[in-house]
Design a protein around this ligand. Structure first.
Ligand code: ATP
Ligand code: MG
Length: 198
């Protein structure tokens, strides 16, 4: 009996505080260019490399916003396993969990160029790189090639948006049109996020 082709799953990990059009653009570009079955946004519970710098919004709100970003977008989804697991989020643990559950799934771990350059500072990076194919997407403010990091490069139409800029815009009372979706903007307003200067 011929075996069915393994599922090709993309994962875009992040804090998503908040999620924005750059995240969606990156996920869609990789979905299309690598012919994946699905790309899930993987919402970190406690992004331990970031959590010292500022108060990260509650995981439940970041999850709600991530779901709002991809709702009605075919091929994109959200994976909440890191939040369900709790504690500091290590991608290596997440990939081991998925591998245990679905041994035949081929995992494509999507990172922006800024994140790719830091991958060796992650917890157990060798496990991350062994269990997934690293996919690096360009980001406007970072060099597109990352010396010393092997991965598949996907060129996307650059989307010059970051969560940091969105938080600053909210604090300054500026519009989020063309930065994120109206649904995400509504959740930000409802929860009074980012009102203090970031
Ligand atoms: P912050 O400004 O708070 O760091 P961010 O916009 O970088 O937020 P993250 O949640 O840190 O968003 O990013 C998750 C992943 O998405 C990272 O791999 C990051 O490189 C990638 N990414 C974020 N914004 C873009 C973008 N505009 N284009 C391509 N990739 C992006
Ligand atoms: Mg970032």
């Amino acid at each position: 009996m011929p075996q069915p082709a393994p599922e090709r799953l993309g994962l875009l990990g992040g804090t998503f505080d908040p999620p924005h059009l750059g995240h969606r653009g990156a996920a869609l570009a990789v979905l299309a260019q690598l012919g994946l079955h699905r790309v899930d946004l993987l919402v970190a519970n406690d992004p331990w490399q970031k959590s010292g710098d500022r108060a990260v919004s509650p995981a439940a709100v970041r999850l709600e916003m991530a779901r709002a970003l991809v709702t009605d977008t075919p091929g994109l989804g959200v994976d909440d396993r890191e939040i369900r697991r709790g504690g500091p989020t290590y991608t290596a643990d997440t990939l081991e969990d998925i591998r245990r559950e679905s041994p035949n799934t081929e995992i494509f771990l999507i990172v922006g160029a800024d994140t790719a350059g830091r991958i060796h500072s992650w917890h157990r990076p060798e496990v991350v790189l062994a269990l997934s194919t690293l996919v690096i997407v360009n980001r406007t403010d970072h060099a597109p090639d990352i010396p010393g990091v092997t991965g598949v490069y996907v060129q996307m139409d650059p989307v010059n948006v970051s969560s940091t800029v969105i938080r600053q815009r909210v604090a300054a009372g500026e519009s989020l049109d063309n930065f994120t979706t109206p649904e995400v903007a509504r959740i930000i307003a409802q929860n009074n996020l980012y009102k203090a200067q970031q």
